[in-house]
Design a protein around this ligand. Structure first.
Ligand code: ADP
Ligand code: ADP
Length: 227
């Protein structure tokens, strides 16, 4: 079964002229698969990820996530899918500045109806998993850039989303933190989560099972990664 299915997806932006960010993309992500999308800057990678995550809608074609057609879903329906099925690991962290690391990670669980002590327990576990077990009560300004990135990842994983979308997750972090993040994604894949990762780095893409090469808004070729 496919968690994500894109068929004939086109996306244009009108900005003093028409930019065709995606020019007809078809792509399926089987349940439990680990796929990297690779391509040069401006090739449509982030647009693709935003459509799969329901942050935007296609101009033409269909985007089906967890059996639901996001191309025809209302904004409220797309928000519900984002909240329950999809975990975003993006470069902009959007942590709440007045909340501690634990409180930030526990936040999405409020909407899922978890009680306070269970929320904090899960947040502590996740922060330990990303190597921040000794930074639980620090606020974002009291953490380094790499540490903030890891808090954001722990928060994305808190609701145990079946689909994890990662946009250049190692983009702004040092080598060691980058390696830690990639190991964590590998463990999530081993646990059965479906992962879609966007990167322009070959070395990072090779951690996936499959690399989808995009250029000028189309899939150029798909490559199986052998280890
Ligand atoms: P990548 O992630 O591969 O760098 P993007 O998906 O961000 O590529 O962008 C693909 C193309 O669409 C680029 O030409 C970019 O300028 C354009 N684009 C992306 N987002 C927008 C937007 N919100 N408004 C207008 N043009 C956009
Ligand atoms: P990185 O190389 O990961 O960006 P930094 O050099 O920014 O790390 O930070 C090193 C250490 O200093 C980290 O353990 C971090 O928790 C701590 N630190 C960084 N900024 C602050 C701050 N504003 N207040 C308190 N501790 C901080």
């Amino acid at each position: 079964e496919d968690v994500v299915r894109l068929s004939g997806v086109r996306k244009t932006y009108e900005l003093g002229g028409t930019v065709e960010a995606l020019a007809g993309v078809s792509l399926s992500l089987p349940n439990g698969s680990y796929t990297a999308v690779m391509g040069p800057s401006g090739s449509g990678k982030s647009t693709l990820l935003n459509l799969v995550g329901g942050l935007d809608t296609p101009t033409d074609g269909r985007v089906v996530v967890g059996g639901q057609d996001l191309s025809t879903a209302t904004e409220a329906e797309r928000a519900a899918i984002r909240g329950s099925r999809v975990g975003f690991v993006f470069q902009t962290f959007n942590l709440m500045p007045r909340l501690t690391a634990v409180e930030n990670v526990a936040m999405p669980l409020v909407f899922d109806g978890w009680d306070r002590s269970r929320r904090r327990e899960r947040a502590r576990e996740l922060l330990a998993d990303v190597g921040l077990g000794d930074r639980l009560d620090h606020k974002p300004t009291e953490l380094s850039g790499g540490q903030r990135q890891r808090v954001a990842i722990a928060r994305a994983l808190a609701p145990d989303p079946e689909l994890i979308l990662a946009d250049e997750p190692t983009g702004n972090v040092d080598t060691e933190t980058g390696e830690r993040i990639m190991r964590l994604l590998g463990e999530l894949h081993a646990d059965g989560n479906t992962i879609l990762l966007v990167t322009h780095e070959r070395r990072i893409a090779e951690r996936a099972e499959r690399i989808v090469h995009v250029r000028d808004g189309v899939v150029e070729r798909t490559e199986a990664v052998t280890d």
